[in-house]
Design a protein around this ligand. Structure first.
Ligand code: ADP
Ligand code: MG
Length: 349
């Protein structure tokens, strides 16, 4: 039947899209925290791929706005569920891909929770980076791949340390070091807030199991600084300077995303350390995933909407233009088939 062919075409189309590598965007909504009982949420509706935000008139222009992402995790989404949808991407590091996962959102929205976990870590609440490393080590142990690792703090460090590691615990020890060194200062928004980016990079040298060729993959896990406007944090002096600097790198990231989305021939990667570091992950043959985090509180609705608008733009960015070119005609053909099948179905109804 038409319906069946359409479904198969759609599946194939999604697979090709997947290969072509648009930046994937997963949205995660933080639950209300203990001590905020019976609070009203800005989230009006959410399902697997859609989210609708309500703005009450008190907090701006009253209305609803909907967004679509590859995935939406509601407040009850668990760390395990989040990782289950991230794992295939992480495994492709072993097939020689550059994978980049970054966490975006205002301070307190749950970036560190997703990437590392809460401060009172348990086995259940382990974040993406622990789970990812464990997974890579488990598979590479079977395949005898070689893994090395480096950590960079705030991207101001000229040379990140590059250390060969053989187990997850090696990496965790190093990460604790990096974490302690990380510039963390209390701000008005959240005392665990950080005004710096934090990045964990893992290099993997693997072997293609059938051909024996050496594959080199890498994984960046980036916990970005809070995306909120600086004035809200009421930071002063050196802190303000630091915050301005961080915001500059986030706006440089925004500029890069914008020019990639518009398919500009010049992409301003060189405007910040952050975008230089992510150049291969944003423009090259990479697989990139952005976790966009939002807080449910009504008074955060302004930041929430600007975060989601940014995320929407990110999701339009196509990666790996060389491959996209090669596959361009297939995609076009499939798209045409899908629309004519849809039209045929509509005529039948
Ligand atoms: P950010 O890194 O974006 O500033 P955090 O990850 O520190 O935010 O989150 C702020 C607080 O909310 C922390 O106490 C964190 O444990 C909690 N939190 C965030 N996301 C979740 C979640 N999905 N489930 C439970 N608690 C969460
Ligand atoms: Mg954080």
């Amino acid at each position: 039947s038409y319906q069946k062919v359409l479904e198969e075409n759609q599946k194939l189309y999604n697979q090709v899209q997947d290969l072509k590598g648009n930046i994937r965007v997963y949205c995660r909504v933080r639950p209300f925290l203990p001590g905020q009982p019976n609070s009203l949420s800005t989230v009006d509706h959410l399902d697997d791929g859609n989210i609708t935000i309500t703005t009450p008139s008190k907090y701006g222009k009253e209305g609803k706005k909907s967004f679509t992402f590859n995935k939406v995790f509601g407040p009850s989404g668990t760390q395990e569920e989040v990782f289950a949808d991230t794992q295939p991407l992480i495994r492709s590091v072993l097939d020689g891909y550059n994978v980049c996962i970054f966490a975006y959102g205002q301070t307190g929205s749950g970036k560190t929770h997703t990437m590392i976990g809460p401060s009172d870590l348990t086995k259940e609440t382990l974040g993406v980076n622990y789970r990812a490393l464990n997974d890579l080590f488990n598979i590479s142990e079977q395949r005898k791949d070689v893994i090395s690792y480096d950590i960079s703090k705030g991207f101001n460090v000229p040379d990140a340390n590059l250390v060969p590691v053989t187990s997850t615990s090696d990496v965790l020890n190093l990460m604790n070091l990096g974490h302690k060194n990380r510039a963390v200062s209390a701000t008005a928004l959240n005392d665990r807030s950080s005004r710096s980016h934090s990045c964990l990079t893992v290099h993997v040298q693997g072997k293609n199991m059938t051909s024996g060729t050496i594959l080199r993959g890498s994984m960046h896990l980036v916990d970005l600084a809070g995306s909120e406007r600086v004035d809200k944090s009421e930071v002063l002096g050196d802190r303000l300077k630091e915050a301005t600097h961080i915001n500059k790198s986030l706006s440089a990231l925004g500029d890069v995303i914008a020019s990639l989305a518009q398919k500009n021939s010049h992409v301003p990667y060189r405007n910040s350390k952050l975008t230089q570091l992510l150049q291969d992950s944003l423009g090259g043959q990479a697989k990139t995933l952005m976790f966009v985090h939002i807080s449910p509180e009504l008074n955060a609705v302004g930041e929430t909407l600007s975060t989601l608008k940014f995320a929407e733009r990110v999701s339009t960015v196509e990666l790996g233009s060389a491959r996209a070119n090669k596959e361009g005609s297939d995609v076009k053909e499939l798209r045409e088939q899908i629309s004519s099948l849809k039209a045929a179905l509509a005529r039948k109804e």
